[in-house]
Every structure is written in structure tokens, then in C-alpha cells.
Design a protein around this ligand. Structure first.
Ligand SMILES: Cc1cc2nc3c(=O)[nH]c(=O)nc-3n(C[C@H](O)[C@H](O)[C@H](O)COP(=O)(O)OP(=O)(O)OC[C@H]3O[C@@H](n4cnc5c(N)ncnc54)[C@H](O)[C@@H]3O)c2cc1C
Length: 303
């Protein structure tokens, strides 16, 4: 990669973080991934705009990362710049039942603020370990709720560096889908609307959903959540279990015994292990049940 360091005007990026040759295994919930040429941590929208402009100017690939909870990064890493929109960009404002928050805020933090404001409807998101930006991009959801139910609009930056506001309709939110996945726009912030609720009830629901997660999902192990999308009419986890693959493993990548929908990293799993396991599962499920499993986890980097 061209040496970006030479072209970076430090004043322009005051307050931002630059981590060269940074292992992505440190930043993904799977704890897998080789080095990114540059992991860039912006503090302002302008930082993101300027970095993208530089990348375009020098023909350097870039990728947006939130909390890295739905990412599988290659063992060889990522050739280019990973722009990490996280706690540096996590301001929020609650006015009445309207919430404005930056893309880097964690859903767990945002749901606490929302609970304190006595608003209901966001409890479903409290246990999803991603950022608001990642959740809008994925239309994240759980226990009958999804981002689609609560979002009004998102402020985005296009790949050409233009700011625009996308309404809920323009976001085309569907099951783990948004139009952002087609245009690759970046979520800078989002506005949500919720309903007034009773704090005790909100807290109880958040606790109940948290407990259900603990009971049913291997949240104590590194993973990227559900490995596959839910195929229409089926549950990926059940198909995998019925195919006899519970506990099946390639190296340290294993089909969780607790929930077959999760591939977990038992310690030293590589991206190659996970990809081989994914491939094996897909072939077994296809041959036994004639169902195609599509990965939900986003796979990036040099292969
Ligand atoms: C234990 C566990 C449980 C999980 N449970 C659930 C669940 O119940 N429901 C669910 O839906 N998901 C679940 N997930 C998956 C994951 O948390 C969600 O997909 C989450 O929305 C990803 O957010 P993130 O910030 O981590 O995004 P990342 O993993 O960093 O990125 C995911 C995608 O979003 C894009 N992206 C990230 N931030 C932005 C941004 N600001 N603008 C534009 N694009 C962006 C990235 O480019 C990438 O393509 C779980 C994961 C784990 C590890």
C-alpha cells in the first residue's frame, strides 16, 4: 500500500487515532483477523470525510467497522484503511420520545440511556453487541424487534463524500438488510422514535432478554453471533443440529454445543478454519435438507 503516513496532515486529523499494521483479532468479537494496514479512529464526521477523500485520491481501499461483532477478517488481514466508528463518535440526545445518536454508540449504552429516559421499544437491542451504525446497516434485530421498528432516518455519508439524510423508506430495511449494503453509505447518526413507558417494566424486559441470551447463546465465547441468516421457513441452528453437526469443528472453530447457529472460537481459530467449517456446514445442510445457508457474518480482507 502507498505510505499514507506521508500524506496525512496531522492537524487535519487532530484527536483521531492511527494504528498501523494493527491486528484485527484485537478488535473483532471473533478474535480472529490479521493486520489492517491502517486502523483509523475518527473523532468527527470531517475526519471520516477527509480520510475517504485521501483513500479515493490514492486508490486505497477502505472499510467501515463498528464494534466488529459481525465481522470475520482474513488471516492475512486487510490491505487498506479500516475506519473504526466507535466510542469516539457516540454522542446522543434525547428530546421527548425522539432520540438522536451518533453511529459509534454501542446499543448496550444507548439502551441504558433510553431506559433512564423512560422510553420503551428499544429493549430488544440491549443485548446486541454492536454499534448503532452497524445495527442500521444490518437492520439488527432480536426477540421480535428490529431497527426498522424504531428508526425515522439516518444521516449518511456517500462513498463520493456527500452528506445525505435517508428516510426509513429509503433505507429499505428488511431481514438483516438495508439499502446501505448496496450503496455502501456510511451511517454518521440516526434518529429513533420510541414510546413513553414504565421504567420498571422496561428494566424487567431488558433483564429477561439478557437472561434468555445467557441461557441459550454461547455469549461467553468469541463469535460473530449467528453465523448464517435465517433461511425462509427454517431456523439455521436447527438445520445444523439436525444435520448432526453440533460440536463439529475445524481446528479451534466449532459449532457451538449450546446453540448450533453459532460458530465459536475456542482459542486459536483462524479465518481459514471458520471458512472451511462454514463451507462444510453449507454442503451438509444442502445435501440433507436442500436448503441454502447464507452467511450473516461479513467476510473481509485479503484472500
Ligand atoms: C454474541 C453475539 C450476539 C449477537 N446477537 C445478535 C442479535 O441478536 N441480532 C442481530 O441482529 N445481530 C446480532 N449479532 C451480530 C452483530 O452484533 C450485529 O450484526 C450488529 O449490528 C453489528 O454491529 P457492529 O457495530 O459490531 O458492526 P460490525 O460488525 O463492525 O460491521 C457489520 C457491518 O456493518 C457495517 N457498518 C458498521 N458500522 C457502520 C456504519 N457506521 N456505517 C455503515 N456501515 C457500518 C460494516 O461495514 C459491516 O459490513 C450478535 C453478535 C454476537 C457476537
Amino acid at each position: 500500500m502507498i505510505n499514507l503516513q506521508e500524506h496525512i496532515d496531522k492537524k487535519m486529523f487532530e484527536g483521531a487515532g492511527f494504528f498501523y499494521n494493527e491486528p484485527m483479532s484485537r478488535h473483532t468479537s471473533f478474535k480472529i483477523g490479521g493486520p489492517a494496514d491502517l486502523l483509523f479512529v475518527p473523532k468527527t464526521n470531517k475526519h471520516i470525510e477527509d480520510m475517504i477523500r485521501l483513500c479515493i485520491e490514492f486508490g486505497i481501499p477502505y472499510y467501515i467497522m463498528g464494534n466488529g461483532s459481525n465481522l470475520l477478517v482474513s488471516d492475512l488481514g486487510y490491505r487498506g484503511v479500516i475506519i473504526w466508528i466507535c466510542k469516539n463518535m457516540s454522542a446522543y440526545k434525547i428530546e421527548g420520545n425522539r432520540i438522536y445518536a451518533q453511529g459509534g454508540i454501542l446499543l448496550s449504552s444507548l439502551s441504558k440511556h433510553i431506559y433512564r429516559a423512560g422510553l420503551r421499544g428499544f429493549e430488544f437491542a440491549s443485548g446486541i453487541p454492536g454499534t448503532l451504525g452497524g445495527a442500521v446497516y444490518m437492520n439488527a434485530g432480536a426477540y421480535g424487534g428490529e431497527i426498522k421498528d424504531v428508526i425515522v432516518e439516518a444521516e449518511t455519508l456517500t462513498r463520493k463524500g456527500e452528506l445525505r439524510t435517508l428516510t426509513k423508506e429509503a433505507l429499505e430495511l428488511g431481514y438483516r438488510h438495508s439499502s446501505l449494503q448496496i450503496h455502501e453509505d456510511i451511517v454518521l447518526s440516526a434518529t429513533l422514535v420510541l414510546e413513553q413507558g414504565d421504567k420498571k417494566t422496561i428494566k424487567a424486559l431488558m433483564q429477561d432478554l439478557g437472561q434468555r441470551r445467557k441461557d441459550k447463546q454461547p455469549i461467553e465465547m468469541p463469535s460473530a453471533g449467528s453465523t448464517f441468516k435465517r433461511p425462509e421457513g427454517y431456523y439455521a441452528g436447527k438445520l445444523i443440529m439436525d444435520a448432526g453437526l453440533s460440536g463439529f469443528h475445524v481446528g479451534d472453530a466449532r459449532v457451538s454445543l449450546k446453540h448450533c447457529g453459532f460458530v465459536v472460537n475456542e482459542g486459536q481459530a483462524t479465518c481459514k478454519d471458520v471458512l472451511e467449517l462454514i463451507d462444510y456446514i453449507q454442503n451438509e445442510v444442502k445435501s440433507k435438507f436442500d436448503v441454502d445457508l447464507e452467511p450473516e457474518v461479513r467476510i473481509i480482507g485479503e484472500f
